[in-house]
Design a protein around this ligand. Structure first.
Ligand code: ADP
Length: 496
């Protein structure tokens, strides 16, 4: 079962609060219990002191020789006369006393201390045994430190001391029932047991309420986000406070929407431009075929002409489709390059050779300026395509009789390949767009199409993508007075 964030926050705050409360409660309880027993022990020590002082003066004033049980009994009697409650255990030589003014409670009935007997008949057996055991173990070194023995109605706190009566050393015992302490601690336990669940429930409710308040902007954002779709991508989330975390989240989400919106817009343009570009060759092919089929009889030459037109249209179509396919793959991050060692100077010479007839047909010459062999790790087919696209453009725009120059040079970091023509150049207004897809600065001339380019305004866009796939870039050099130069930079691959 998955709980909502609100419930989980409330639960965590409840658990944290309960832990703090329990730790505090247990610490306070232990401290209180310890302090209460300490207080009882202090009282016992005071009692022992009072008994000892009185015992000393009793012995002195009685001028007895109380070395036997009878003598001790008479000391006990005297103590009794002075207001002490006394009980005597002859076997252990143990005198249970209680100073005057100390009230009896609970398990120490008056009868135990009846003056006639001074017996320990009413002293709880457990008390007697424990004290006898201790006295036996400790002998004359009875400790005044308190200890607890079980009584019939709860614990009894005791302290022992020794005194000498004549030649006999006896043990004096005082005790205090712990029932009041137990009652107090019981009350504290009861209060804690009631208070903790009540306070934890309150903390849970408070935590739930607070979590609701904290998460309210998130709920509002998710409600707003539900209303944003492909058709409403212009909508944005409301940013209540751009400085807090929720505001930053909304801001980041809006930034993602901005990028998505821009990408979708670009996609729409691309689709619209693509269908526009495809429509022309399709229309040419279709019209040519319809015209050829309409007339009953046509000469073979007429059919051949029609088929030539259809073939040109088809080639134009397939060039556009190939270009679009490559761009779609680079957009999707699926375009792979296969790097192999190749000589860029040979690649340039080869490509130029394949375009020589086109150059000659246009009355142009081609020149290659290469310092020496230029070895580079790259994708041969794709690099050939870049150079062909650049040459195609240069041949289209170079003035009759001029020379189109391809220059190569290399540095330890990479290689630079440039294509220069002496044409009229690119109008300043078109400069920011030359690398855009389907952009044509000069519609009439470009639509012709060349050996490599489709003439659909995709040549430079593709060349730039290929440069970037190699980690390099394609740029238009600051145009001179009478020349246009496109420059391809290819960095060397760092082998590790
Ligand atoms: P196309 O495939 O139509 O040639 P490109 O992307 O290669 O498209 O070029 C885009 C536009 O940039 C061209 O239509 C042309 O107007 C302009 N252009 C490209 N190269 C040159 C050049 N060497 N001289 C003048 N204009 C150029």
């Amino acid at each position: 079962m998955t709980l909502s964030v609100r419930t989980r926050l409330a639960m965590w705050s409840g658990i944290a609060f309960a832990s703090v409360l329990l730790t505090l409660g247990v610490t306070a309880y232990v401290f209180l219990a310890h302090a209460a027993v300490e207080q009882t022990d202090r009282t016992l020590r005071q009692q022992l002191r009072a008994v000892r002082v009185t015992l000393r003066s009793t012995i002195a004033s009685a001028a007895l020789e109380p070395s036997d049980s009878a003598g001790i009994a008479s000391v006990a009697r005297d103590l009794r006369r002075r207001g002490f409650d006394v009980a005597y255990d002859s076997r252990a030589g143990l005198l249970f006393t209680r100073p005057p003014g100390v009230a009896h409670r609970g398990d120490e009935p008056q009868t135990v201390l009846a003056p006639e007997t001074f017996s320990t008949a009413g002293v709880p057996a457990a008390v007697l045994h424990t004290v006898q055991d201790r006295t036996a173990i400790q002998g004359s070194r009875a400790s005044t430190r308190g200890f607890t023995v079980p009584g019939p109605d709860g614990g009894i706190r005791m302290a022992l001391d020794t005194a000498t009566i004549g030649a006999r050393r006896i043990v004096i015992g005082v005790s205090e029932p712990l029932d009041e302490v137990d009652e107090l601690l019981g009350q504290v336990r009861g209060t804690v047991l009631i208070a903790v669940p009540v306070l934890v429930t309150l903390a849970l409710l408070l935590g739930y309420g607070l979590a609701g308040r904290v998460l309210a902007p998130v709920v509002a954002m998710s409600d707003e986000a539900k209303g944003i779709g492909v058709r409403t991508l212009h909508k944005r989330l409301t940013v209540l406070n751009s400085r807090d975390e929720m505001g930053q989240l909304a801001g980041e989400f809006n930034a993602v929407l901005d990028r998505l919106d821009a990408a979708l817009e670009q996609q729409h343009h691309f689709t619209a431009d693509a269908s526009h570009e495809l429509r022309t060759p399709v229309a040419i092919i279709r019209t040519e075929a319809e015209v050829a089929l309409r007339a009953d009889a046509r000469t073979t030459a007429e059919y051949r002409d029609a088929l030539h037109v259809i073939l040109d249209g088809s080639e134009q179509l397939s060039r556009i489709v190939n270009d679009m396919f490559l761009l779609a793959r680079t957009d999707a991050g699926q375009a792979m390059i296969t790097r192999n060692p190749l000589y860029l100077d040979e690649l340039a010479a080869d490509t130029m050779r394949s375009m020589t007839s086109l150059a000659t047909a246009r009355g142009l010459s081609l020149a290659l300026v290469v310092p020496s062999e230029v070895l580079y790790d790259g994708d041969e087919a794709l690099l050939r395509r870049v150079l062909a696209n650049l040459l195609d453009n240069a041949l289209k725009h170079a003035p009759l009789g001029s020379t189109v120059t391809v220059a190569l040079d290399e540095s330890p970091d990479g290689c630079r390949l440039s294509v220069t023509d002496l044409g009229a150049g690119i109008p300043e207004s078109a400069l920011p767009f030359v690398f855009d897809r389907f952009f044509r600065a000069d519609e009439a001339r470009a639509r012709v199409g060349g050996v490599s380019g489709s003439g659909a305004g995709l040549g430079l866009a593709i060349a730039r993508e290929i440069a970037e796939l190699h980690g390099g870039h394609l740029s238009l050099r600051e145009p001179g007075e009478h020349d246009t130069t496109f420059e391809l930079y290819l960095p060397r691959v760092q082998h590790v």
